[in-house]
Design a protein around this ligand. Structure first.
Ligand code: GLU
Length: 387
């Protein structure tokens, strides 16, 4: 981790950029869409577009704008009220962007996604091809979570993560997260006068995650942790992440000119294949299988497929073809993949050699429980919570 910027901003060389706007920026801290501010950012994006760069916006603010339009002073907690606010506010949000981009002769498109759309292989590929088509047409897609239909089970939950998923989807070189903070600090600047701005770091550095509010520490409230975790996710497709203040004058043009502003988290980890990213980006899983030590070694060191004999327990309710986590005896995820047998069948064949599967189940679709090609390794804890 370094704290002094030595390199030009990663945005300079980027041909494909995802730019994420936080709610508080777009809605002037919840007062309602700030058309002036939106126009300023759009004018900058229009220049980047004229330079031949392809840009996707991920914009929050639907719920905040909906609350302002409905005259609600406090954010409701009931899901149906949040969904109603999002439905009202999304209109204002896209209208503000559309009007501002139209002044520069640029067309926009609205894309509303849920986690389920990205987890389903066919819908994921559809979303990807639609985004590519829009970019080829010179249109600027404006993405948000489809808050009106999401439930806890199918939501991404925050737009920093959604920004990273979109970065992976279109293989953008840079994700710029514009927020109301100057960037990531070494400690909470509101509490610690010695806190310094981290200018450069490595996406996926656990020290940064701890700094941003992970294990036992500080700034989590500013939403920095989701941004730092988003940087790790963006790095899976080689995307660098910049966290900067949207209030910094000319921030986007200056970043694109190479000026280092805010915090830049460089992607240095090996890039995963598109299929492996799709597996890793499943935020909610249908179940998990617990592996014995031999199976974990075979997977992680021997690069082998997972066989039923290495499984000691199964949890969840999944079907053939669902993505499940592979965990060790302490519940720590070491990998995940598309499983070839349902939860019920897996429970019957675990601890058994593959040669016995036809006799136990009366059929055998595959030798492997999870084939090597359908598996990826993850370092994050599994989000599957047994019922
Ligand atoms: N999708 C939400 C909205 O537009 C925002 C989620 C977020 O800010 O992370 O209101």
């Amino acid at each position: 981790m370094t704290s002094t910027a030595t390199l030009p901003s990663a945005a300079q060389a980027a041909k494909k950029l995802v730019i994420k706007f936080g709610s508080s920026l777009v809605t002037n801290e919840g007062k309602g869409i700030d058309p002036e501010a939106v126009s300023q950012w759009v004018a900058q994006i229009a220049q980047l577009h004229a330079q031949g760069r392809q840009i996707v916006l991920v914009s929050s603010g639907a719920i905040a704008e909906g609350m302002a339009r409905l005259g609600w002073p406090r954010r409701p907690s009931a899901m149906y009220e949040l969904q109603a606010a999002a439905a009202v506010g999304q209109m204002g949000l896209v209208q503000a962007y559309e009007v501002a981009f139209a002044r520069h002769g640029i067309r926009t498109a609205q894309i509303l996604l849920t986690h389920e759309d990205l987890a389903d292989r066919r819908r994921y590929l559809n979303a990807r091809s639609t985004l590519y088509t829009l970019l080829a047409l010179g249109v600027i897609p404006i993405v948000n979570e489809n808050d009106t239909v999401v439930t806890d089970e199918i939501r991404v939950g925050d737009n920093d993560t959604l920004g990273a998923l979109v970065t992976n989807l279109i293989e953008a070189e840079t994700l710029i997260i514009l927020t109301d903070q100057p960037g990531l600090y070494s400690a909470d600047p509101r509490k610690d006068p010695n806190a310094t701005l981290i200018q450069q770091g490595r996406a996926g550095d656990p020290a940064l995650e701890a700094m941003a509010g992970g294990s036992g520490s500080a700034i989590g409230t500013g939403g920095m942790l989701t941004k730092v975790l988003a940087a790790r996710r963006a790095a899976n497709s080689g995307g660098h992440t910049i966290i900067a203040s949207g209030r910094e004058p000319g921030v986007l043009l200056r970043l694109a000119a190479g000026e280092p502003i805010g915090t830049e988290l460089r992607a240095v980890l090996p890039v995963r294949s598109a299929r492996q990213r799709w597996l890793a980006n499943h935020l909610r899983l249908h179940g998990r299988v617990t592996l014995d030590a031999g199976a974990i070694r075979a997977l992680t060191q021997g690069h082998r497929s997972l066989l039923a004999i290495g499984v000691i327990a199964v949890e969840g309710d999944f079907e053939r073809g669902d993505v499940v986590a592979c965990v060790d005896e302490h519940g720590i995820e070491c990998g995940r993949g598309l499983i070839n047998y349902s939860a019920a069948d897996t429970a019957r064949i675990l601890r058994q050699p593959s040669s016995r599967i036809p006799e136990i189940l009366g059929h055998m679709s595959d030798q492997e429980l999870i084939h090597r090609d359908n598996m990826t390794f993850v370092r994050s804890p599994t989000t599957f919570a047994p019922q």
